[in-house]
Design a protein. Structure first.
Length: 212
């Protein structure tokens, strides 16, 4: 019994010792990384290397809004923001290569109720994971590409509605009416319209009188 208690105590003491070692290791790593960062900063100052520019959250909001409004790609969105905020050429280059971070994700969240975003979601095109796995330029361009596909789907949906209505009109015998309106606007008489479309004069006349 005593041997069992001793064994359990040994395990507890061992686990405690390992925990202390792990904490010490982490502190040493943090200290080395901090020292390394400071050394890099000092080296940049020594050789006059300017720090990289980053887009702020507000600037990212502007870029995303520009894409959603115009459908333009990431390069044009960054250039637009640079022009608006009077940024330098170096800023454009640095931001273009900047990796997507939490600031970008927060900026995109501000548009979660945007009509374009909602349409993309409805069309099952919107994919944040695909957008976030990019540089800022790539993310904005991917958003633009998803928008284009979503709009193509909307166009196809609209065409389907027109075709379905056309089919319904044909089944109901009303498919001649759009053409009758065109002929009437072109100055054709009711008699000419009826003869050309194969309907009675009274039927064509009644329809066109209602449309006047």
């Amino acid at each position: 019994m005593e041997d069992t208690k001793t064994e359990q105590q040994n395990k507890k003491d061992y686990n405690k010792a390992v925990k202390i070692l792990n904490i010490s290791k982490k502190e040493q790593i943090d200290a080395i990384e901090s020292e390394h960062k400071q050394a890099i900063i000092a080296a940049k100052e020594q050789f006059n290397i300017l720090p990289k520019d980053y887009a702020s959250n507000k600037e990212l909001v502007i870029m995303i809004g520009y894409v959603l409004e115009t459908g333009k790609n990431g390069t044009k969105a960054i250039s637009y923001c640079a022009e608006t905020k009077q940024k330098t050429t170096n800023w454009i280059k640095d931001v273009a290569k900047q990796k997507v971070n939490d600031s970008f994700k927060q900026a995109l969240m501000e548009y979660e109720n945007n009509a374009v975003i909602l349409a993309m979601i409805e069309n099952k095109i919107y994919c944040e994971k695909d957008i976030f796995n990019k540089t800022v330029t790539g993310a904005l361009t991917k958003l633009s590409n998803q928008m284009k596909v979503s709009k193509q789907i909307d166009t196809l949906k609209a065409r389907i509605v027109v075709l379905e209505q056309s089919l319904a009109d044909r089944k109901a015998g009303n498919d001649w009416k759009p053409e009758a309106l065109k002929l009437s606007e072109a100055g054709k008489s009711i008699r000419e319209i009826a003869a050309q479309l194969g309907v009675s004069k009274s039927t064509a006349g009644d329809f066109l009188k209602k449309k006047k």
